[in-house]
Every structure is written in C-alpha cells, then in structure tokens.
Design a protein around this ligand. Sequence first.
Ligand SMILES: Nc1nc2c(ncn2[C@@H]2O[C@H](COP(=O)(O)OP(=O)(O)OP(=O)(O)O)[C@@H](O)[C@H]2O)c(=O)[nH]1
Length: 442
Amino acid sequence: MNAVADAPDAAEHEALLQFLYMAPVGLVQAGSDGAILMLNPLSAQLLMPLSADGNLLNLFEALAPVAPDLRQRCAGYSAPSGNVCEGMRLYLNGARGGPQVLSLTLLKLDAARLMAVLSDITEQDKRERQLRNTDAWLNAIMTNIADYALVSLDQDGRVAAWNDSIGRVTGFDEAGVRGQPFGLFYPADDASAAQQAHRLQQANLNGWHLDEGLRRRADGSQFWGSAMLSPLPGRKRDDGTLAPAAPGEPAYCLILRDITDKRALSENLRSATYGDHLTGLANRRAFFEAGELELLRRAKMPQAPVLILIDADHFKAINDSHGHPAGDAVLRHLGATLKSMFRQVDTVARIGGEEFAAILPGASLADAAIVAERLRERVQAGPAMVGDTAIAYTISIGVAAMDDPACTLAGFLQRADDALYAAKRGGRNRVVCWPAEGESQA
Ligand SMILES: Nc1nc2c(ncn2[C@@H]2O[C@H](COP(=O)(O)OP(=O)(O)OP(=O)(O)O)[C@@H](O)[C@H]2O)c(=O)[nH]1
C-alpha cells in the first residue's frame, strides 16, 4: 500500500478503535470455534464475572455458565450469515431476577467469523418483571375479588371490550353487553344519554369520575355500587388533552363495584354516630348539626323553620314507681309516637334524658302548634304498654319559630325552653308557644 492510500486506512482504523472503545454495547468478534479475536472494554467488563480464571479466550466457554448450548446453536446454524440468536437473555448468577441480566445477539458474519453484541439490560428486565407482576396482580384482583368488575368503553361510552368480571358482578353476558351504552348498568331513571355524557365529560375534565348509587343487574335487580370511570392513560397527549379514540376502540375504563356491604357498614356507622341508641331517633349531635344547617337555609326559605321541645312530665315518678327499665320503655314509646307524628323532612331527636326536640322546616308557628297539640293528645290518650302494665304519662311542649335573623340556635333553644318551662309551670300536659304570656321576650 502506498502512503497516500495508507493515511485514510489509519484514520478509519483509529475511528473504529475509538468506536469499539466508546460503544455502549459489548462487542466481541470471534472465530467460528468461539476463539475471541477482538473484544471491546465493555464486553470484557460484562463477560469477566462469568470467567472462572479471568482469561477471556473463547466466547462459548465464557458464556457456557449462562448459555451452555451456544456452540451447538452456531454449529447448527446452516445459513452462510445471519442472526444465530437475537436478544437472548442471560441471567448472571443463576437465578432469574439475580443481580445482572445481559442480552446477547450473536451474528454469523461468514463461515469463519462471529460477532456477539452484549448489553446490560438489568434495569429493563426489572421493569418488565414489575409490569408482569402488576399485570398478574391486576388479573388476580379482577378474577378473585368477586365484587369488582372491569369493562372498557369506546369514545361514546359503549362497551368496547368484555371482561368476565362484568358477568360475575352484573349477570350480563358478552352478547348482552358489547356495543351497549354503559347506562345499561344503571337503573332507567339514572341512565339517560345526557347523564352518561355528563359522566364521560367529568372523567375527561378531571381524569376520573366516581359515583355511588343503585346499579342494575341483567335480571333487573339492583345493588348498591360505585362506578369509577377514567379515560385510558394512552390517550393523554403531552399537552394534557385527550386524543380521540378510533370508533369502537377502548377509550375509557369503567370499574364497577358492588358495595352493598360497605354501604350497610357506613349506615351502621352513621347511626352509631348520629342515632340515639334507646329510641332510634337522631341524637343530640345530629340535632345540633341539622339545626345549624336549617339556620343556614333559613335565609333562602320563604318560611322560617319552627323548633319544638318536648319533655315527659313527672318522669322521675315513673322511674320511681315502675323502675328504670320501664322508664326506658316509656321513652321508647314516646320516641315511636314522635316518629309517627312528624314528616320525613323534620328532624326529630332525643337531646337529653327525657327531653326531645324537633325542627320543622317550612312550617308556620301556628301549624307547628297544631302538630304539637295533636302530639300531646296522642300521648295522653295512649299509655305505654310495658309488659302487661299500662303506664300513662303526659308531655309538655314548648314551641318557638326560628324566624329572628339575629338569633342563634342556642338562642332559639332557650326560647323554646322558656315556653316549655311556662308549660310545666302552667300545670304540665300542655303546649306553649314562645313568647309565652307573661314571659318577657329574650
Ligand atoms: N328510665 C330513664 N330515665 C331517665 C333517662 N334519662 C333521664 N331519666 C330520668 O328522668 C328524670 C327526670 O327528672 P326531672 O328532671 O326531675 O323531671 P321530671 O320528673 O320529669 O319532672 P318535670 O320535668 O318537672 O315534669 C330523672 O329521674 C332521670 O333519672 C333515661 O334514659 N331512662
């Protein structure tokens, strides 16, 4: 070779060496018998832990602990050139999930030469394993947790993909579900196109939409369920907007869950927190919360609510002559009478030992006084039966309109209590409205 021709060769050679040195993958050139002809620093680094004596002389021998059949593979590869193996995973230190994972691609360059490309894919392998675990985990959830159901919906909220869990929770079969709007799982009065569109829109805006309520099974029966709706993650563009999905393709994920048990639990919790254990009415805490709420609402209502305080007369004497448990039975009797006399919208509570209160929204003082008088008559007319014993008792009632914008709930209670006190003083078994005659206004 002459000097003019030699110069570019030397430069190319230098560039090649530099490439081999810097390459982010391990490169090994070997003969067809595996004898290593050349290897770059990274491949030496990757192969070194496999070598028993630190001498990297033969590729097949170096890789024997993790790829014992490599020599046979090459021998059996009859094409003049091509990939003997591609992306073969080599798990160093034996076990899968060990500290290091290599990927090996072995190229047959020609009859005499092989080129191995090695790269460290430990992190990638770990991520893939995590994904597989997550997949298996999700699958296990969907298959084993009986009260969850997963379904994917298309752009318009129609069921795009069937999942067995849907059948299990709702009783629908694939033919009955695929292509149907997801309102199918809701009772008719909650399943309009507009209601569905609203749910999808909320999911688009917030990233998810969750609602709890009655859900419908294939046989028309209902259960208490939650529905979590969210756009599929793949649709999110870099700018945060959602890419439209192709017609019929999954665009949303809907997770339905039967939470009948959970609801019963929270109802129990609710009644433990807000219910009176003896009478089943609201308790003092519930009464005060409802009272404050009524005061907030009062401004927007044409009619202020009315507060009624009810107290059993001479209750101590009942306890003394019949015993405390009989007294309890009388209180239960009074509670049941109250429950039967007031409307659904009224708050009726036991706020003390033998003291009860009711808030009547949208009632005038005169109407409330009539209701109170009827209640008094009813209690007087019907004794409480405790076993075989009829225990007659009466009640006194104070009534106050909650119509003074400057007055607080405590203030209204004081007014009703003043009226109640007047009823007691006046001889009991009577109804008095605030301001009572002869009482000064608070
Ligand atoms: N059995 C029973 N008695 C209760 C309960 N809470 C309070 N009491 C009793 O109710 C009685 C209330 O007595 P007082 O406040 O003197 O009133 P009263 O005897 O009803 O007389 P007037 O209210 O003035 O008509 C007391 O004896 C309390 O022990 C309860 O949960 N069960």
